[in-house]
Design a protein. Sequence first.
Length: 178
Amino acid sequence: MDELNRLTTDEFKRSEKTPVIAVLENIRSAYNVGSVFRTADAFLLEGIYLTGYTAQPPHKEIKKTALGAEESVDWKHFSDATTAIETLKLQGFKVYAVEQVKESLSLENIQFNPNDKIAVVFGNEVSGVEQDTILQCDGCIEIPQLGMKHSLNIATAAGVVLWEIIRNRMKLSNIPKH
């Protein structure tokens, strides 16, 4: 791990985080939740907000896919996405749902300021982000898709969207890569 320049759990917890929060709304699969924890760890996100019936640590299936990231990444649970979004907005976050809607912003065209505090809502594997939640958001982000299917697994979608946000921040702020 030393050769890979990886942080210990304590170093990770003390390090300055990227002001990005992933919000998981009513995610059925704890495996998907664990995968998002692992992605959040990889990109040094400020945290994850789990809402509704989304599984919470400690959970066997989260642990299996998170590979310890559930111990390093800060998280909070909210009974519903509305409360989570209200909390985020009070903290100065801009909140975006990842959903295909009429006026969604295509992911490749989005450039956030490196100082922006961004929260991204990922919805249920079948029904997506709830309409009431979308109405609370500052906008929607859509991942361009070229094939016959027009949806991605939530863990895959989170990886794609969060990487694009982090990549743009790195490019705009010259954050050194490990």
